[in-house]
Write a protein that binds this ligand. Structure first.
Ligand SMILES: [Zn+2]
Ligand SMILES: [Zn+2]
Length: 339
């Protein structure tokens, strides 16, 4: 089985054209300082503001404008994360016209889960070493007792971001370093976050024509939405990799990979909750794999394909899907169809 694991990982890296001989991590005190600062500003502070916003809502209830701004911004931000950061930029499951690339980079950045290049590098590292040494946000490397798994869950969901090994971007994201459009869009990371906070505030103010409407628009469409979307994607590392949740019908690329399918997370995360499917077929644009699976991220991608903004959308053939079912003899990674 060892040989199969190594071959699978190697094939996936070759499909992404990653220079696997380069070192995996960059050790730098300055980077760890940046990580801690990012964690405090974009993970801890939004948590505190979200708690304050919920308490405030008991005294002054939310309006339909607040809820509409939350839902609209949640949809756009989640789309940027699911289609942009994850499916296309990390896994090359389709090609996009430059305008859509920049748009999805901007929208995904609004979740404040890290600049595009860092996120993609970390995510490819996650697939390379899922639930093994090197996976910086695995919940399964802290022991097997109930409390050790609970600690692993909190690590995978949240605390890993305070300090973790930093993946070498020249190894894990050389394609994005060469893509001038995306590279420049990625450098505007903080600007996209600020826009994601300001736009719902301005809209709330204009729709209600009150300063209070601007404030709650900023709060619910901006900060709370940012924290909610980030939590959805953190859940894919925590809930979706814990054996307490989900089903595992397909073989992933190493024997320790614990990614599971969960329809509730699929509903909350644009279809990303079909995480076992995704780890078995990381290059597939369709995480649900079947038409009846709830995967609205894929449906939106098909819409972009229909209007000519996306092309070369990759999905596995029925034969390839069947061959990776648990208990079936392995086939090579990367066999797929373009439709
Ligand atoms: Zn995963
Ligand atoms: Zn992935």
């Amino acid at each position: 089985m060892e040989t199969d694991v190594a071959t699978d990982i190697q094939l996936e890296a070759e499909a992404l054209q990653l220079p696997t001989k380069r070192r995996r991590f960059v050790h730098d005190v300055y980077l760890h300082r940046l990580q801690r600062r990012h964690f405090l500003i974009f993970s801890v502070l939004p948590l505190l503001i979200t708690i304050a916003a919920i308490v405030l809502a008991f005294y002054r209830p939310l309006t339909w404008v607040d809820l509409g701004l939350f839902a609209g911004m949640w949809f756009l931000n989640g789309l940027g994360m699911s289609l942009g950061f994850h499916r296309v930029f990390s896994h090359k499951c389709a090609k996009l016209k430059p305008s859509l690339k920049v748009g999805l980079c901007a929208l995904g950045s609004m979740a404040a889960v890290g600049p595009l290049l860092s996120w993609v590098a970390l995510h490819r590292l996650h697939h390379e070493s899922a639930d093994m040494d090197g996976d910086v946000h695995s919940p399964n490397l802290h022991g097997s007792s109930f409390w050790q798994r609970t600690r692993g869950f909190f690590h995978a969901h949240y605390t890993w971001m305070a300090r973790h090994q930093y993946p070498n971007i020249t190894r894990y994201a050389p394609d994005l370093l060469k893509d001038r459009t995306l590279y420049r869009a990625s450098q505007w990371y903080v600007t996209w976050i600020v826009l994601g906070l300001v736009i719902p505030g301005v809209l709330g103010g204009l729709i209600t024509m009150t300063w209070w409407g601007a404030f709650t628009g900023f709060l619910w469409g901006g900060v709370v939405r940012m924290f909610a979307v980030a939590n959805v994607f953190w859940s894919l590392s925590s809930f979706s990799h814990l054996s307490w949740f989900g089903t595992r019908p397909y073989r992933a690329h190493n024997d320790f990979d614990n990614a599971g399918n969960n329809p509730i997370f699929a509903l909350l995360s644009f279809g990303e909750g079909w995480h076992n499917n995704h780890h078995a077929f990381p290059w597939s644009a369709h995480h649900g794999l079947f038409w009846w699976s709830m995967d609205y991220g894929f449906w939106v991608l098909k819409f972009f394909e229909a209007i000519g903004l996306a092309y070369d959308v990759r999905v596995p053939s029925r034969k390839t899907i069947a061959s990776r079912r648990v208990g079936v003899v392995p086939v090579q990674v990367g066999e797929g169809t373009i439709n």
